[in-house]
Design a protein around this ligand. Sequence first.
Ligand code: DQA
Length: 143
Amino acid sequence: KTILVLNGPNLNLLGRRQPEIYGHETLADVEAACRAACAEGFDIRQAQSNHEGEIVELIHGARDTACGIVINAGAYTHTSVAILDALNAFDGPVIEVHISNVHRREGFRHHSYISARADGVIAGLGIEGYAAATRRICTLVGA
Ligand code: DQA
């Protein structure tokens, strides 16, 4: 079973972008942490896009190819009804991840459109949040 680990805008720069907020680890480290967190019989597919419509299409693609989604939609978290709608058209579990604790930051980061669909929300655990989210998807999907 495949879990889609989907990262949104600016997360391609992870490790180099504002490391005081997001840390020094990269998306390759995220991918390795998620793969290591998979229960037996599960694997991950990682995708990243800076484009809202492409993220919508990656979620559409997951309808037939993934059993669950771990998503960090970056700034689109706070703006995108389109990504929420796409996730609403996906049947499996969805866990929302934020590397930073968005609730300790600017007010515009406190609201998430994605949380209305997510089965769980993780913020402020650094990239460990992706591993926890992956484990949770495995639990929810089951053997
Ligand atoms: C983020 C938090 C968002 O507010 C921000 O726009 C990001 C990353 C996080 O992982 O902490 O790009 O989702």
